[in-house]
Design a protein around this ligand. Structure first.
Ligand SMILES: Nc1ncnc2c1ncn2[C@@H]1O[C@H](COP(=O)(O)OP(=O)(O)OP(=O)(O)O)[C@@H](O)[C@H]1O
Length: 573
């Protein structure tokens, strides 16, 4: 029980400590500058009490100049110090924001396909992304809390000499704020993940309305308003939870504020009952007003740490759980790959997506996987490259069980063109260079683009109209994706519908080139186009997760009752 009550508070404390250590690494100068200013400011209210008392007492005795000058300096310092401190805090925040964003991008870049296929990983990635903004605001907050503590202690000491009861009550006035924010911390920790989940769905839907491609499709369908409604519903759900959270926080803060005011009121009453002189009373009253301000600021700073703690926890968990960067090495020569009696069932699916499947491809061969939608072709490909792991059976690469390879080593064997290939709207050079993990020369990029529409396009050309660059067609994007595979030149090419968006003439050229250069690699093609299958060395026909036939095109067509002949009875071309 003790743990459940204190855990959120401990989280807030840990968040403050970790954020401060980030600031020490990332922006030490600004943190030091900021802390010095905040702590310098923190002693001013106490000094004000002492000087005000001396000034008022001194007025009667005719030596008020020294306290008057001192008070002028103290009051005069308050505003500029606060302004400069705010500026320093903002500059520290900017650097931290840059650091968190760059760090997260690095971590995201290290995620393997198998991790990226897990929904919990993508949820955490998105939550971590939205945490970078509030997290940058945290390191200044413990400094403010400390400053408020210093203010209270110094005020307490200054007022103590006037009336110890008043001094003690001023210090005790910090307690209700701490208690209230502990309660708020517990509530925030419990509810924040629910808000994040709803926000994630709303964020995804909003992206569909903002990103050029889906937004254009929705606009053409005239159905963007449905997505907008979904956004509104999810945001409203998140808002309702947040509304409740703010309501509860308001209640706790109000209760704390009332208790604080009562304690300050008690401090003033103690002052009067203690028979303080005019000067002492005026000084103590001014001090309690400053104390109220300090505690309000402390509450706000503490609140910021508390509300950011759950997000920061997700961010740090995500960053720490990311694997070390393992540089990928492309393997240009592979003799064979195979699925050996592989069975695989997706989690929660009633039936296996693949059952006892055996597929083999050797260097120099053109191998095709065919089957209707949902037959299991992409699953087979994902098992080969390692995005999925078989439940039973083995994946063999050069006759070696692929589990002996790290995921990165394994991926280095493959050049994979997926159906939903990326349309990377960078410069032409950068978009093609992504084909290889290492540095790439312009000559290599030119060689990869040879024979395509982009052969003579300057490599610095920006792609994508939304960036003021060149707009290109769907088929042209697919040619660029193929150029990346060419550039990569891995030992196994897996091409999932590589010419789905490409015109017939270019398609023939691409397949002619695949045949011409086949000896250097293993080529596995997923295709539904009959003519592209005619030149294949072996076609595996997959149906409902099983290989039901295999052979060359003429062999399979010679079995009129076979699955393949029924699929391609009327060739589409
Ligand atoms: N992530 C997943 N979770 C659960 N089931 C899945 C998942 N991905 C695919 N499936 C199911 O596994 C089966 C095989 O799907 P797969 O994507 O391998 O088919 P495919 O032959 O590649 O189809 P297509 O030609 O449409 O690309 C299908 O029944 C599909 O619904």
């Amino acid at each position: 029980m003790r743990i459940t009550v204190l855990t959120p508070l401990w989280d807030a404390f840990r968040t403050a400590r970790e954020s401060l250590s980030d600031a020490v690494r990332v922006a030490p100068g600004w943190l030091l500058f900021y802390s010095t200013l905040v702590l310098g400011q923190a002693v001013l209210p106490g000094a004000q009490v002492v000087l005000l008392r001396r000034l008022i007492d001194g007025l009667d005795r005719g030596h008020a100049w020294v306290p008057l000058i001192g008070l002028t300096v103290v009051v005069g310092l308050m505003y500029p110090l606060a302004q400069v401190a705010t500026g320093c805090g903002q500059r520290m925040m900017l650097r931290l924001r840059l650091h968190y964003r760059a760090e997260l991008a690095q971590v995201a870049a290290r995620l393997s396909p198998s991790r990226l296929s897990r929904p919990d990983v993508t949820t955490d990635l998105e939550a971590a992304q939205s945490a970078t903004w509030p997290m940058a605001d945290v390191p200044g907050r413990p400094v403010q809390v400390l400053g408020a503590g210093v203010t209270s202690v110094v005020l307490c000491a200054a007022i103590w000499s006037i009336n110890p009861w008043s001094g003690g009550l001023v210090l005790a006035a910090l307690v209700p704020t701490v208690v209230a924010f502990t309660a708020i911390a517990r509530m925030e920790s419990a509810k924040w993940p629910k808000v994040a989940e709803k926000d994630r769905v709303a964020g995804y839907a909003t992206e569909q309305l903002i990103q050029q491609r889906p937004a254009t499709e929705l606009a053409a369908l005239g159905s963007g308003v449905k997505v907008a409604r979904l956004v509104a519903e999810r945001r409203a759900g998140a808002t309702r939870i947040q509304d409740g959270m703010i309501g509860m926080a308001m209640t706790a803060e109000l209760a704390a504020a009332v208790a604080t005011v009562l304690l300050f009121g008690g401090a003033l009453v103690a002052l009067v009952l203690g028979g303080a002189t005019g000067g002492a009373a005026a000084a103590a009253v001014a001090g309690t007003i400053s104390g109220l301000n300090a505690i309000r600021l402390c509450g706000y700073a503490f609140g910021t740490i508390v509300t950011t703690a759950p997000q920061a926890r997700i961010y740090r968990r995500f960053v720490r759980s990311a694997p070390e960067r393992e540089p990928q090495l492309v393997v240009p020569r592979v003799e064979s790959v195979a699925l050996d009696n592989v069975t695989f069932r997706y989690p929660g699916a009633p039936e296996p997506a693949l059952l006892d499947v055996c597929i083999e491809a050797r260097r120099g061969e053109l191998v095709a996987l065919v089957g209707v939608n949902g037959a299991g072709k992409s699953t087979a490909v994902n098992l080969l490259v390692g995005s999925l792991a078989p439940d039973t059976g083995r994946v063999l690469i050069d006759r070696r069980d692929a589990v002996e390879l790290s995921e990165s080593e394994r991926l280095g064997h493959f050049g994979l063109l997926v159906q939903e290939f990326g349309r990377f709207e960078f410069t032409l050079r950068d978009a093609i260079a992504l084909g290889s993990p290492g540095p790439v020369s312009d000559d290599e990029i030119r060689a990869a683009l040879a024979g395509t529409f982009a052969a003579d396009v300057p490599l610095g050309t920006q792609l994508g109209q939304q960036w003021g660059g060149t707009g290109i067609s769907g088929g042209q994007w697919q040619r660029l994706a193929l150029a990346r595979i060419r550039l990569r030149n891995a030992g196994v090419w897996i091409l999932d519908e590589p010419t789905s968006a490409i015109d017939a003439e270019a398609e023939r050229e691409i397949f002619a080139e695949l045949r011409r250069t086949r000896d250097t690699r293993i080529t596995i093609v997923v295709s539904h186009r009959a003519w592209t299958l005619r030149e294949m060395d072996r076609i595996y026909v997959i149906d409902a997760g099983s290989v039901v036939q295999q052979g060359t095109y003429p062999e399979l067509m010679a079995q009129p009752d076979g699955r393949f002949a029924r699929l391609f009875a009327t060739p589409p071309e």
